[in-house]
Design a binder for this molecule. Structure first.
Ligand code: NAD
Length: 236
């Protein structure tokens, strides 16, 4: 039996677009990271086996970018929803801008740049903040550390818990994602018929059934959506 919808629950599903205006590049937009790097060279288990130094350098650069970035008003508006609602942020982003904006319940499905994990035992995860990982950086059991990032071909993290939250939310906001990375993009379909469902993005390939598309920048549209919800109003 399906769980009841919780009138007090808001779920946000965010992607790289929400952090773009904080200066962290997306992967797919023009000027995005994949124009500069090949995905196969830096973001797959094969890349790690073939050239771990290059993979570490790539993520050390990403970590530096994150350390310099600041949460923008879209991240902050989402954190502000906590004043009234149980707010769950499911993010594909590996940055920590939702946390730094004040969100308390952030579920990272693609990992976190501020953590490292053992390359031989995925259960050993440590906070590294904005420190680099180098060849020779070892975990507690003596194995090489790798970034705590879900690479292409690896299983996403926390999927079941994310699914449960989206299934029970009265309000769902999707922001800054091209919805091209599965299985996370498939989470949208788990939202309920009777919940209010919105997508804020510059573009989407295909609007999922039941969602209202609000075209625009995250920093302009997300505060508007959040303020409407804080006043108890429907957005569209
Ligand atoms: P994506 O790059 O595929 O798509 C970004 C989407 O955001 C696009 O649809 C674009 O139109 C939209 N967008 C761009 N600027 C925007 C803005 N200012 N306001 C609103 N929307 C905007 O990103 P994705 O869907 O998140 O998937 C790519 C993968 O890349 C994710 O798995 C994520 O882990 C990873 N990634 C993360 C970061 C980060 O942590 N900040 C950065 C780059 C990539």
């Amino acid at each position: 039996m399906k769980k009841e919808i919780d009138d007090n629950k808001v779920v946000i599903l965010s992607g790289a677009g929400i952090s773009a205006e904080s200066g962290i590049r997306t992967f797919r937009d023009s000027g995005g990271l994949w124009n500069q790097y090949s995905l196969e060279e830096v973001a797959t288990p094969e890349a790690w086996r073939k050239n771990p130094k290059l993979v570490l350098e790539f993520y050390n650069e990403r970590r530096k970018d994150v350390s310099k970035a600041k949460p923008n008003c879209a991240h902050k508006a989402i954190a502000g929803l906590q004043k009234k609602y149980e707010t769950v942020v499911i993010t594909q982003n590996i940055d920590d801008l939702h946390e730094r904006a004040g969100s308390k319940n952030v579920i990272h499905v693609h990992g976190e740049i501020t953590k490292a994990r053992s390359s031989t035992d995925p259960r050993i995860v440590t906070n590294i903040g904005y420190e680099s990982i180098d060849i020779g950086s070892l975990c507690a059991s003596g194995s090489q550390l790798r970034p705590h990032i879900v690479w292409f071909g690896e299983e996403v993290l926390n999927y079941e818990i994310a699914r449960e939250h989206i299934q029970t939310a009265k309000r769902v906001l999707i922001v800054g994602t091209s919805l091209s990375v599965f299985p996370v993009a498939g989470l949208l379909k788990k939202a309920r018929y009777h919940s209010e469902k919105l997508i804020v993005s510059l573009d989407v390939d295909k609007k999922p059934y039941g969602y209202q598309f609000v075209r625009g920048k995250a920093t302009e549209m997300v505060p508007y959506v959040c303020n409407s919800w804080l006043e108890g109003l429907r957005v569209i």
